[in-house]
Design a protein around this ligand. Sequence first.
Ligand code: CMP
Length: 140
Amino acid sequence: MAVERTFSIIKPDATARNLTGAINAMIEQGGLRIVAQKRLCISLPQARKFYAVHKERPFFNDLVDFMVSGPVVVQVLEGDNAIAKYRELMGATDPAKAAPGTIRKAHAKSIQENSVHGSDAPETAVKEIAQFFSDNEIVG
Ligand code: CMP
């Protein structure tokens, strides 16, 4: 199985409830390594760029407003099959549909305030990681 990297965001609803450590524990127990991490406030242009793929969706403005509403923790996660593994660990976008044992089942509040983001494909992961980290900040 290939060792991959994926990009993760612990979102403002989770940082507001002091859940960074609890989510990181689930990530590590799920078999992924946190090889880069920083806590920051995303700017409006950064959020609009990050979620540009959703710009025509009715929830776009609300989503961007939410992502700039408080601090986030951006991360690079590494492991075998990391992209699919993290998506499984996060659970469904809608926490009401998320499986037991997933991060969103345990912690998410709603479809929007769903605690975590993870890349959906290898090309997306490369782009998303590059938006927040330089190579020398990622230490595997
Ligand atoms: P994320 O994995 O970060 O990718 C896009 C985000 O858009 C998603 O998590 C949700 O936070 C948000 N989102 C997706 N669908 C909806 C929706 N129907 N209503 C509001 N927000 C949504």
